[in-house]
Design a protein around this ligand. Sequence first.
Ligand SMILES: Nc1ncnc2c1ncn2[C@@H]1O[C@H](COP(=O)(O)OP(=O)(O)OP(=O)(O)O)[C@@H](O)[C@H]1O
Ligand SMILES: [Mg+2]
Length: 305
Amino acid sequence: MIVILGYKEEEHAKHVAKHLQDIKEEYCFLDTAQYPYDVLFSWKADCENSGSIIIDNKKIDFSDIKSVYWRNFSGIKNETIDDGDNTDFLSNMVYRERESALYSLFYSLKINWVNSINAFELHKKKPYLTNLFKKNNIRVPRTLITNDKDSVLDFFESNNEQIILKPVRGGAYTKKMTKDDFTKQKLSQLIVSPVQFQEYIDGTDIRVYAYQEEIYALEIRTDNIDFRTDGNAELIPIELPEKVKQDCLKVMKICDLKYSGIDIRLNSKNEYVFIEANPAPMFINVEKKTGYPLTQALINILVNH
Ligand SMILES: Nc1ncnc2c1ncn2[C@@H]1O[C@H](COP(=O)(O)OP(=O)(O)OP(=O)(O)O)[C@@H](O)[C@H]1O
Ligand SMILES: [Mg+2]
C-alpha cells in the first residue's frame, strides 16, 4: 500500500495515483483535513509500526504501508469546542492534542517517507538551512533576516545596492529592492514581522530534480526575477559539474530529503549559489517540456525503495 498524503483533486497527487494504478500498485489518499472525524487511527507508541489507520472506512495496518508520497499537508482541523468561559482554552487544547498525536505518529512510523515530516518541518526554517549549507561549504547568498529597519540600509549599501527581499518561510514572490523602497512609510512595515533580504544573485535559475543519487538538471531562462511569474520561461536540460552534483547530495542529506527540487542560481562568475531544496516539488510541467522521466523516477523510489 502506498499512501498519498494530499487530496484527490490536486494535480500531482492525482497524477501519481494514476501511475500507481497503471502498475497495479495499491494506494490510498490521506487528507489531513479529514482528521479526526473521518481519519481514525490507533497506535501502540511503545512498539514499532503497531496499529492501523482508517481512511474512507477502510482499515490499513501500518505494517502494510510501503511508502508515503507527501504532496500536501492540508492542516489539522481547528474548531471551536463550546465550553462557556473555557471555550478558547479548550478549543486550543483540542487542537494541540490532535496535532501532537498526528505529528508523533508521523515522526515514529518506520516506512519509506517521501519525504518525512522532519524534512517538511526543516523546510519551514529556511534561514536555518541556509546557515547549515554555509557551514557545509555550500555557496549561498549573503542573507539578512530582520524586522529592524535601520539594518536594511547597511545591508543594501554593503551589497552594492543589489538586494532582493522575500518571505522567511515562503509563499510570496521574490522582489528586487531599489532606493525608492527606502521610504519611512515602507520601512516602518518591517516591525510587523522579520523579512528575508539577500544579496541579488545575477544570472539564471537552475532547477535540479534529485531522487536519491539520480539527478536531472535544467536551466530556466527568463527575464523575470522570480521565474514562477513567467509562464513562457524556457526550460533547457543541462549537465551539472560533478562538484555541484555532490553539493546537491549534501543538501539532500542536510535537509533529510529522499527526493527534491533544488533551486540554484548560476551567476555571471559561473558560481552555483544554492537557494533552497523543496520537499514536494511540482514536476508535471517540467517533465512535459524537458522529456526527463520525472514521474518514473518518483514512482521508482515509492515502489522499489
Ligand atoms: N538571492 C536571490 N537572488 C536572485 N534571485 C533569487 C534570490 N532568491 C530567490 N530568487 C529567485 O526567486 C525564486 C524563489 O525564491 P525561493 O526559492 O527562495 O523562495 P520560494 O520558492 O518562494 O519558496 P517556496 O517554494 O517555499 O514558496 C528563486 O527560484 C529565484 O528565481
Ligand atoms: Mg523556490
